[in-house]
Each structure stands twice: as C-alpha cells, then as structure tokens.
Design a protein around this ligand. Structure first.
Ligand SMILES: [Zn+2]
Length: 102
C-alpha cells in the first residue's frame, strides 16, 4: 500500500480557480478584464492581460479578446450569473429585518 495519500481533491480545487464569491468581489471592484497595474515578469503577458472571470492571464490583448468569446469563458460567466452572492438587502429581507429588495 502506498503511504502517499491521493491528493486528487486538492488538485481539483486548484484547477477550479478561486471560489465564485471571491471572483464576484473582484468583478465589482475592478471589472471583468482588469489588468495588473505593474508589470509582473512571472506572469504571461507581464500580467497585463487578465480575465477576472476565469482568473487567467493572457500574453496579449488579442489572446484576451479571443478568450473572452470562447466557450469556457462564457460557461464560467453564466455560472457566475447563476451564483450571484446575496446582497445585504436580500439578507436583511430573509431575516425579516427589511423590505423585499425586488
Ligand atoms: Zn475568461
């Protein structure tokens, strides 16, 4: 029997990228294709071309544009729409503390 425990779950977690609520926060703060302000030599395209939705870096404006119409990106955008976090208003309404937010 191998002593090394399978790390499949942790690997899956990493591949999936950050949790959706983290991405939602970043989207609110920086918009969908925010670039790093400073060049980061460790990242593709110096970290200047980033898709926040997928939390991926691209080597050029072109590659980012191409990605933004791709299937994986659209799939993830849809997922984000479906799993929008609750607003403060909704939370208060659910707890019986405020008016319905809709
Ligand atoms: Zn994307």
């Amino acid at each position: 029997m191998s002593r090394q425990r399978s790390n499949k779950r942790a690997r899956k977690r990493r591949e999936r990228g950050p949790e959706l609520d983290v991405i939602h926060k970043e989207l609110r703060e920086r918009g969908p294709f925010a670039a790093e302000t400073e060049a980061d030599w460790d990242l593709p395209g110096l970290g200047q071309f980033r898709c926040v939705v997928c939390s991926r870096y691209f080597i050029s404006r072109n590659a980012l544009d191409e990605h933004s119409v791709s299937k994986p990106h659209k799939r993830r955008e849809k997922l984000l729409e479906l799993e929008a976090p609750y607003t403060v208003g909704e939370a208060r309404w659910a707890a019986g503390l405020g008016p319905a937010p809709f």
